[in-house]
Design a protein around this ligand. Sequence first.
Ligand SMILES: [Zn+2]
Length: 160
Amino acid sequence: MKYCPHCATPLNDTLIEGEIRSACAGHDCGFIHFNNPTPVVAMIVELEGGVVMAHNVSWPEKFYSIITGFLEAGEDPLECAKRETLEELNLHAQTAELLGVYGFPQQNQVIIAYHIQAHGEIKLNEELDDYKIIPPEKLKGWNMGTGLAINDWLAKRAKP
Ligand SMILES: [Zn+2]
């Protein structure tokens, strides 16, 4: 963001309460761009004993991940998780359980992760162009973002 969304004055780096913020230089405005993280809902969708890993049209060829989505205004995160599962995969959530909440500073996001047991027949929406169903014993997370949720889910299910 380069210009103030209220008065269109250019934003300047300004020291405010010990933090450098991008702030409006307009005298009567006072707008500060806090750049707070965006919440993102992520879903470990289990179908027929495996986890749905999908490929986004904009990603490198070999990168597959669990599905994610943005909350609508006023939407409950749990409802968002079910809605995105239906919209992106055409699957219906039978159960949906909160798995954890994860910071993702690389994308300036906070991930709210759910485990969903789903049924139905997969039909990808236009954001996705491929998917795999990975058995949990072959699934591996990674060290940031949604990968952390996958690791936690695997650790939780390994417990007797
Ligand atoms: Zn302004």
